[in-house]
Design a binder for this molecule. Structure first.
Ligand code: SAH
Length: 522
């Protein structure tokens, strides 16, 4: 048992992960993940949710995938929960959708209760509700439906509950929602029709609901099994049966999203891609994550620790990037240096950097806009609003391969500047051949590039064919410096937002695609 856990009572939080889109996790669920020591998750859990847990938290894949054979049996999972909690840990058991809707959450809670282990239940957005919503099907509607039932389509030979009474359900309930029903769909529909359900009842199957690869097949009930098979739909999917399904023809909003069905390459490092991925998804795109950079602390951390220990000797620390903030904040915490009151003043370049500082819990004294196009001169002018540059002492934490424009500018204006390496950019493992193939095949029509170094690395990674195929892609650069780096590599970016902000980048991509479609139509 570690010191941190000594004497502390462990507990288990059963958290509903929601249907798939990480944005549909509850705030309470996110808070539980942020403070856990271990997380047990099923096969379909999104990596973004696991990223919420502290880096040192143990992540255990217990491999359950719907009703397919789990890699660990339920008894093993129960035992693991008990052992971890007894060891004083806060354990999150992350379960798809809602933990108490066909998720065996009830059984897990009963085991914990029996063992005297404290537990908490954080409900989640069940796929039973989310799948119809994502497909534009209101499950109740005053015009068509006053009731719904959620039914499992899985026949469990060990189940003690009664056989599902399909005939009664079909006539007593206006909207039927069937989970785990894809394998036995033909049989289920047969039972419903035998029970007198109208064969022309509108029905739909929603696969991968709320995820970028969501697919919907709609058909009259009697034809649904055949149409689902023809379209190649499989688990996980929810089946919705009832008159409300017809509302989808006007309320199906997903397919109307501006980037629906378009794959977009996201080259940002995994720890920073969150906002871009989220915004792309909400625009309907399917982000393809190929992080070109991985960030690690410097090999020798002593210079940064030393500079921070002498922080009071500086008039200001200037953070020019999110990583500079993150790694400096981490090093300061480790060294026990509080950067709370000046000197030094803490200055950030750009809103994302400022946000990262707030997230890292360090108070900042000034933010320069870092507007793209402004250049180093404009940035210096902005910084001069916070303190005189001439004669002041600055600390600039940066990457090992960072550009020293900022430091050079400050020095030219008469400042004394110490640059210190706060982090390293390392190449991650990327299947370059596969990426090249996809780009040549036109499967990734939009490519986002978030930094000059990512531009260089992307081009270095691709083979010659893929590099020339990039000319047919929409290449979106976060800002003018990145755009210049791309041009230096012979690639003309088609999209550059007015300011280097993720939101504006996605807006600009949407506008570009919209304009392109307009041209195709006219
Ligand atoms: N507790 C979960 C359900 C677990 S049973 C919940 O509340 O959502 C697993 C079944 O849920 C799958 O077979 C499928 O029918 C459904 N399901 C889970 N995720 C889904 C998704 N993204 N889209 C459609 N159906 C989904």
């Amino acid at each position: 048992m570690s010191d941190k856990r000594a004497g502390r009572a462990g507990r288990v939080v059963l958290v509903g992960a929601g249907p798939g889109d990480p944005g549909l996790l509850t705030l309470r669920g996110a808070a539980a993940l942020r403070e856990c020591d271990a997380v047990l998750y099923d096969e379909l859990a999104s990596p973004e949710l696991l990223d919420l847990a502290p880096p040192e938290a143990e992540r255990i894949n217990v491999g359950k995938r719907g009703h397919d054979a789990p890699t660990r049996c339920q008894d093993d999972i129960n035992k693991l929960l008990i052992d971890l909690a007894r060891d004083g840990r806060i354990v999150v058991r992350l379960k798809g959708g809602d933990p108490f809707v066909f998720g065996r959450g009830g059984e897990e809670a009963s085991v914990l209760e029996r063992e005297g282990i404290p537990f908490e239940i954080v409900p989640g957005v069940s796929s039973a509700l989310a799948a119809p919503a994502a497909a534009g099907i209101p499950i109740t509607d005053r015009r068509h439906s006053a009731s719904f039932a959620v039914v499992t389509g899985h026949k469990d030979p060990t189940r003690v509950s009664r056989e599902t009474r399909w005939a009664e359900l079909g006539s007593a309930v206006d909207t039927l929602i069937i989970l785990m029903g894809m394998r036995n769909l033909g049989e289920i529909v047969g039972h419903l029709l035998d029970g007198g359900k109208d064969p022309s009842t509108p029905a739909a199957a929603v696969m991968n609901a709320t995820l970028p690869n969501q697919r919907v097949v709609e058909a009259p009930l009697a034809e649904l099994p055949e149409r689902v098979a023809a379209a190649g739909l499989g688990a996980p999917a929810a089946v919705v049966i009832g008159d409300v399904v017809q509302l989808r023809s006007s309320l199906g909003w997903w397919e109307q999203l501006p980037l629906f069905g378009i794959r977009v390459l996201v080259t940002r490092s995994a720890d920073q891609a969150g906002e871009l991925i989220d915004r792309l998804r909400r625009a309907g795109a399917e982000p393809v994550r190929v992080p070109l950079l991985r960030h690690e602390p410097p090999e020798d951390e002593a210079p940064l620790a030393g500079a921070l220990a002498a922080a009071r000797d500086y008039d200001a620390i200037v953070f020019a990037s999110v990583n500079a903030v993150r790694f400096t904040a981490r090093a300061a915490e480790r060294a026990g240096v509080a950067l709370d009151s000046p000197p030094p003043r803490l200055l950030c370049v750009g809103p994302a950097t400022a946000r990262a500082a707030l997230d890292a819990g360090i108070g900042i004294h000034g933010v320069a806009s870092g507007k793209s196009g402004g250049g180093a001169g404009a940035l210096l002018e902005e910084l001069a609003a916070f303190l005189p540059i001439e004669g002041s002492r600055f600390l600039v934490p940066r990457s090992e391969i960072g550009r020293d424009e900022l430091a050079a500018g400050l020095r030219a204006a008469g400042a004394r500047v110490d640059e210190v390496v706060a982090y390293r950019n390392l190449p991650p493992d990327v299947d370059a051949a596969a990426l090249s193939r996809q780009i040549v095949a036109g499967e990734i029509p939009i490519v986002t590039v978030m930094s000059p170094s990512a531009a260089t690395r992307l081009v270095a990674l691709l083979d010659a064919d893929a590099r020339s195929a990039l000319a047919r892609c929409i290449v979106a650069a976060i800002g003018t410096t990145t755009a210049e780096a791309l041009r230096g590599e012979g690639i003309e970016p088609g999209v550059v937002p007015e300011r280097p902000e993720v939101r504006l980048l996605v807006d600009a991509i949407v506008a570009h695609v919209h304009a392109q479609r307009g041209e195709e139509v006219s």
